[in-house]
Design a protein around this ligand. Sequence first.
Ligand SMILES: [Zn+2]
Length: 197
Amino acid sequence: MVSNHFVGESWCRNHLADQKLLQLAEKIDTDLTEEARSKGCLPCGGTLHRSDYERKPRGGPQWDIRFSLCCSKEGCRKRHTPPSVRFMGRRVYAGLVVVLVSAMVHGLTPERVRALRETLGIDRRTLARWRQWWLGTFLESAFWREARARFMPPLCPKTVPLSLCQSFAVERRDRLLDLLKFLAPITTPSAWKELVM
Ligand SMILES: [Zn+2]
């Protein structure tokens, strides 16, 4: 049973307005990018250089660059986009928004959901697609099939991602960042391709 105390809209709104959280997320993305850069180009062993690209999440937060890397070796030049706690594959919304909003709508009345969508500028079909993605593509992914064993007691699959948020206790900023780090492996464009519906 989903606790209504948790499904407050307040923590979601607080997180989305939390400048410190947004700064920390950017810092984590910088670290993830440096980590990927230190590994070099996997296919050819070449040196990786920063090759960021513009990416503005619809409706905010005010990020505008997705960190990325490119192999410097002539003839390879492979792009390596590292995992991110801010961007989620090719979604036009920030990963943070996709997780929080998808979690929050569980247990809200249709009127509250509509009000929330309108505040954040998310249309009904987009929200329905997110929900379908969590309950279908995400649950069936190789990532989740492997990762779910870490959760004890097991998570309720029917309320993902709310059950994930509850398990991480994301009311706290650092725990929310932990959850986003946990999900980061599926945010790269190459991982995303296997996950898209
Ligand atoms: Zn290379």
